[in-house]
Design a protein around this ligand. Structure first.
Ligand SMILES: [Zn+2]
Length: 125
């Protein structure tokens, strides 16, 4: 079971999941989200938790660190597609379009994420 918690962090949403401790944190910026944009982020984070993405990242870091970046990218794309499958693809695109690009080695660019979501939506919805 996933716990949802509101926190005072400088973020929209983050998840933490290790074995059966599964939490989704909504930060202070999430208060400005519509319920549909909130749901889009919830389903993205839920997919990270349900599929043990942190555990896979830890194993990858230990045994195949050269693959970590591509694993993280794939997990982000897969989580985005899950949110789209749940009906929130357009909301996720809107969210990503309005946010400054998160710059980190483990996050694909917003434009790359939007492009993949657009392809999915055009093909399957
Ligand atoms: Zn993510």
């Amino acid at each position: 079971m996933i716990e949802v918690e509101e926190v005072d962090w400088d973020t929209y949403a983050k998840s933490f999941s290790i074995f059966n401790v599964k939490k989704i944190f909504f930060g202070k910026h999430s208060k400005a989200l519509s319920s549909e944009h909130w749901a889009a982020l919830y389903h993205h984070e839920k997919f990270h938790c349900d599929n043990n993405h942190l555990e896979w990242r830890i194993l990858c870091f230990m045994f195949a660190p050269w693959m970590l970046k591509s694993l993280c990218y794939r997990q982000e794309f897969d989580s985005d597609i899950y949110s789209a499958k749940m009906g929130y693809g357009k909301q996720l695109i809107e969210f990503l379009s309005n946010k400054p690009t998160i710059s980190s080695w483990r996050y694909p660019s917003a434009s790359e994420r939007i492009q993949r979501l657009t392809v999915y939506i055009e093909q399957y919805t």
